[in-house]
Design a protein around this ligand. Structure first.
Ligand code: AMP
Length: 403
């Protein structure tokens, strides 16, 4: 079914066409008519499924014309807020609606200036939005549509009390949508409290990672992680690589060493200033950096089209983070590879991830790599790179590959 048959306003259909989308994704097909009817919605879907447009298009369509501040979208991170605002502006380009983004870590001057001009849609992180309300810069008294995006991450980051405060400032008669990859009890409570008779839309299996991603595990002694990472980069034919570390210091260290090896590297974590984070992300988006090293929170929801590979330098603590991390590649049905470096300390976490995603991740060994002994290597995985078939075979070789 084309976008023009979903009941969206013609200007929104034009905006979607200009964005280059031809057919709606499954979540868009199911969510758009429900939202257009004005119903509350709980949405869970695989990452990269087109969730943003699924809520943004009907919101733009329902708002129609310039007016008061009527729609609010809450996001857990600044990067996501910026990304969602850009998408909304893009879809609304043929309307006269105004969208504003608010997040912390930057001065108030420019935000105040923009807010004085008024907005129909605000995309914000909870802390800064509360700040701006307390400073008297905006009110939520005319909000008609509220979106709580990435609710499970807002919970993880301790934002739920702020989210509740913000929900309380919105009128009761409103439409509320909540999107979350997982629905832990706290989110279920939030749904019961903030939503009225919601429709639930679940696309695919909530737990499954994008199906277009090829996974592989690389076991190595803990002292050789960096060496193995560099070898992987040397042997992989990538467009752009996103590397995940558990800690900010770890991310800085890995980035520094890769820089010394001559890679163009950006770093994204929450100790960086807002302008450093923006520079990193923009540079990665426009291809100035081929590698980005990030922590989980900073990289949540990041959408960079060219990401061909995700490498977990550290195994994530939470199995759901594995799904989110590798969701950065293979977005909206393109293909990607996800490599995970594991050491003897990660055995239990890997088992938990495999249970969570319901599949065993193939163990892969790099032929010719000078492995130090670790008991993990005893299980005799098949050699690759220069011999044998492997799950990641498609993408190995020399020279740059363009999709
Ligand atoms: P999201 O899940 O909202 O982060 O979207 C993932 C990616 O899919 C983004 O790059 C979108 O621009 C893209 N996308 C969303 N909807 C469509 C569509 N109907 N057709 C093609 N690409 C889409």
């Amino acid at each position: 079914m084309p976008f023009s048959k979903l009941g969206l306003a013609p200007k929104v259909v034009d905006g979607v066409r200009a964005a280059g989308y031809t057919v709606p994704t499954p979540i868009q097909l199911r969510a758009i008519p429900v939202i257009l009817e004005g119903r509350d919605l709980i949405g869970s879907a695989q990452t990269g499924t087109g969730k943003t447009a699924a809520f943004a298009l009907p919101i733009i369509s329902r708002l129609g014309q310039r007016g008061a501040l009527r729609a609010l979208v809450l996001e857990p991170t600044r990067e996501l807020a910026a990304q969602v605002e850009t998408a909304i502006r893009d879809y609304a380009r043929f309307t006269n609606l105004r969208t504003v983004v608010l997040f912390g870590g930057t001065g108030y001057g420019r935000q105040d200036q923009v807010l004085r001009q008024g907005a129909d849609i605000v995309v914000a992180t909870p802390g800064r939005l509360l700040d701006q309300i307390q400073r008297g810069m905006l009110r939520l008294s005319q909000i008609e549509i509220l979106v709580l995006d990435e609710a499970d991450r807002m919970l993880d980051m301790g934002f739920l009390p702020d989210v509740r405060r913000l929900v309380e400032r919105c009128p009761r008669a409103r439409q509320t949508m909540l999107f979350s990859a997982t629905i832990p009890p706290e989110i279920e409570q939030l749904c019961n409290w903030a939503l009225r008779n919601p429709e639930t839309i679940e696309i695919g299996q909530r737990r499954s990672p994008a199906e277009t991603v090829t996974h592989a595990l690389y076991a190595v002694d803990i002292g050789q992680k960096q060496e193995l990472l560099e070898e992987l980069l040397r042997r992989t034919d990538y467009d752009q690589v996103l590397i995940f570390c558990r800690t900010k210091h770890g991310a800085d260290r890995v980035a520094r060493k890769l820089n010394q090896e001559g890679h163009a590297v950006a770093v994204l974590h929450s100790n960086r200033t807002q302008s450093e984070r923006e520079r990193a992300l923009n540079g990665f988006r426009d291809g100035r950096y081929e590698v980005m090293v990030a922590t989980d929170i900073a990289a949540r929801g990041i959408d960079v089209e060219q990401i061909s590979h995700v490498i977990n330098f550290d195994v994530p603590h939470h199995p759901e983070d594995y799904v989110h991390r590798i969701g950065r590649t293979g977005r909206a049905q393109s293909v990607g590879d996800a490599f995970t470096i594991m050491t003897g300390e990660d055995v239990q976490e890997i088992a938990a991830i495999e249970r969570f995603i319901g599949q065993k991740i193939p163990r892969v060994k790099i032929a010719g790599f000078n492995y130090a002994y670790t008991r993990l290597l005893d299980s005799n995985p098949k050699p690759i790179f220069g011999g044998g078939r492997s799950p990641g075979k498609r993408s190995f070789g020399y020279g740059r590959r363009r999709r």
